[in-house]
Design a binder for this molecule. Structure first.
Ligand code: NAD
Ligand code: UDP
Length: 318
């Protein structure tokens, strides 16, 4: 297969490029480096089967030659990033998805949309299953991201129904691992880089809000299975192991062996109180579930961040 990975220089996209190439596929990475980094895919330059195209998918998406599948991952994803780039985020979800769908249509390719648990908003149903319609503030501080992804799902559905495109929608829940930026603002990269630098870890509110975090390798396995399944979704992909944010911060500090306090900071507006995927569908249809324990995943992540930051050896990660 020749697979286009839009957003391929980002955190998830770069891991997907690695995995697809390792599986023997050809990969065309498309990115404009808005929130990603060339560093993430530098090791792939010159590798047979890998091509890199610098394009803003909100403006155009042009890929010469045959294309068998398009993975649409091009969008800011961290709350800090999408607040910084609100219009770019809305355009990526709308114009970017439109261009990717048109490319899939012209090439006869399978199209996979990276949607998100954020389509459920601040959920009133817990855990979240795919049939839940969500609870989203259309003009709130997260609306540029949530509504862009909800629009992208609607557009994908319309193209499937109107043009008979082979589409897939995955709803990704919080995922972490190597290659997240230290300044990306999401909880795990923030806690890990703060603790490694010997700074206080910043917990928003009382930290009792929950998330269920998935290690990147587990997620990539789920995405690849969905790509090859031919199924339309939407399907939740994430780790159902739910933890409070304050416990997550404490675990990171413990694993690093850092002696740093918790600094409580104001909680951002519309920050979801709970989040946990119901992955019954993914288990049944894809025979998939995460296998990497949170302590193992965090240790691998800490090790990578330690080398990024030039920190000394980390006791727990040795
Ligand atoms: P990321 O910011 O690391 O990666 C996004 C990539 O898209 C970056 O390389 C960025 O430069 C690129 N990009 C953004 N706008 C673009 C544009 N207009 N044209 C071309 N490239 C563009 O974020 P990530 O965590 O890797 O997320 C990737 C995708 O997965 C996003 O669509 C996100 O919504 C989705 N997702 C991620 C998570 C998660 O936990 N990481 C959860 C749910 C959904
Ligand atoms: N959070 C935190 N400290 C930080 C960054 C985030 O306490 O430095 C909180 C944030 O308010 C949210 C949770 O951690 O309640 C997860 O935030 P993240 O940005 O990782 O993902 P999302 O909110 O998109 O799930």
């Amino acid at each position: 297969m020749r697979v286009v990975v839009a957003g391929g220089a980002g955190f998830l996209g770069s891991h997907l490029c690695d995995r697809l190439l390792d599986d023997g596929e050809e990969v065309v990475c498309v990115d404009n480096y808005l929130t990603g980094r060339k560093n993430n895919i530098e090791h792939l330059l010159g590798r047979p089967g890998f091509e890199l195209l610098e394009q803003d998918v909100s403006e155009q998406m042009t890929v010469p030659g045959t294309v068998d599948a398009i993975l649409e991952f091009a969008s800011p994803a961290s709350p800090l990033d999408y607040a910084r780039y609100p219009i770019e985020t809305l355009k990526a979800g709308s114009h970017g998805t439109l261009h990717a769908l048109d490319l899939a249509r012209s090439k006869g390719a399978r199209f996979l949309l990276a949607s998100t648990s954020e389509v459920y908003g601040d959920p009133l149903v817990h855990p979240q299953e795919e049939s839940y319609w969500g609870h989203v503030n259309p003009i709130g501080p997260r609306s540029m991201y949530d509504e862009a992804k909800r629009f992208a799902e609607a557009l994908t559905t319309a193209y499937r129904n109107r043009h008979g495109i082979d589409t897939a929608i995955i709803r990704i829940f919080n995922t972490y691992g190597p290659r997240m930026r230290t300044d990306d603002g999401r909880a795990i990269p923030a806690f890990v880089s703060q603790a490694l630098r010997g700074e206080p870890v910043t917990v928003a509110g009382d930290g009792l809000q929950t998330r269920s975090v998935c290690y990147v390798d587990d997620l990539v396995e789920g995405i690849v299975r969905m790509l090859r399944s031919g199924l339309p979704g939407p399907v939740n992909l994430g780790n159902p192991h739910e933890m409070s944010i304050i416990d997550t911060a404490r675990l990171v500090v413990e694993l690093i062996g850092a002696d740093v306090p918790i600094k409580f900071i104001p909680r951002p507006g519309d920050d979801p109180m709970v989040r946990r995927p119901d992955i019954t569908l993914a288990r049944r249809q894809l025979d998939w579930e995460p296998v990497i324990d949170v302590r193992d995943g965090l240790l691998r992540t800490i090790e990578w961040f330690a080398s990024e930051l030039g920190a000394g050896p980390v006791p727990g990660a040795a």
